[in-house]
Design a protein around this ligand. Structure first.
Ligand code: G3P
Length: 227
């Protein structure tokens, strides 16, 4: 499963990128607003860090012409830009034209299987079902991911499913078990994936025990001699 970071915060992206586990970044207008900076600068820094890995930047028009115009501008910034397009009839019209032009799209604000099916049929590069927001309304958000993956299997759509609106580590487990192509996680959730109290206690014990090994100070002192 690919891991994307769901943030517009450059420091978070830099840190997660240093961990070597980052396959892409997704942003949205709310995440951009949170940064309180010029979005063009933020996007340029993110694109620079991510190299050729996909970075979703969102359009804000609600008509096809407007979305296509914005998608073309955003994707002119770098070849790895993915234009995020809301799931609207006009959005799916835009997706089809943009696909013809070679512009990658991520259809967002997807809350039903039929919406996701339409996005795949329109030829979206990615589709983003919002799991946490469905769970907030007492639905089983992950069922949407499972159904979209199943539909892709049946029909061979090449639209990759991004599990979005992730709130906690269990969502990541469930996305993996659902066979999701991608999970996009907030930085706080990504950090939690590393943690387990038994790891901390276990390491503490190992290090304390190592202190009692008689030649502990000699073992790693030597330069490595090639065999
Ligand atoms: O980027 C879209 C999505 O991940 C938003 O998440 O937490 O605002 O529902 P959230």
């Amino acid at each position: 499963m690919k891991f994307f970071l769901d943030t517009a915060n450059v420091d978070e992206i830099r840190t997660a990128n240093d961990w070597g586990l980052l396959d892409g970044v997704t942003t949205n207008p709310s995440l951009a607003a949170k940064e309180g900076r010029e979005f063009r600068d933020v996007a340029a820094e993110i694109l620079d860090i991510m190299g050729d890995r996909p970075v979703s930047l969102e359009t804000v028009s609600t008509d096809a012409e407007g979305m296509m115009h914005e998608a073309r501008i955003l994707s002119s910034w770098a070849p790895n830009v993915v234009a995020k397009i809301p799931l609207l009839p006009d959005g799916l019209k835009a997706v089809q034209v943009l696909r013809e032009e070679g512009i990658k799209t991520n259809v967002t604000l997807v809350f039903s299987t039929n919406q996701g099916l339409l996005a795949a049929k329109a030829g979206a590069t990615y589709v983003s079902p919002f799991i946490g927001r469905l769970d907030d309304r007492a639905h089983d958000g992950m069922e949407l991911v499972r159904e979209l993956m199943h539909i892709n299997d049946i029909y061979g759509y090449d639209t990759e499913v991004i599990t979005a609106s992730v709130r906690h580590p269990r969502h990541v487990v469930e996305a993996a078990l659902a066979g999701a192509d991608i999970v996009t996680v907030p930085f706080a959730v990504m950090k939690k994936l590393f943690n387990h109290p038994l790891t901390d206690v276990g390491l503490e014990n190992f290090l304390a025990d190592w202190e009692t090994v008689p030649d502990k100070d000699d073992i790693f002192r030597d330069e490595l001699v090639p065999a």
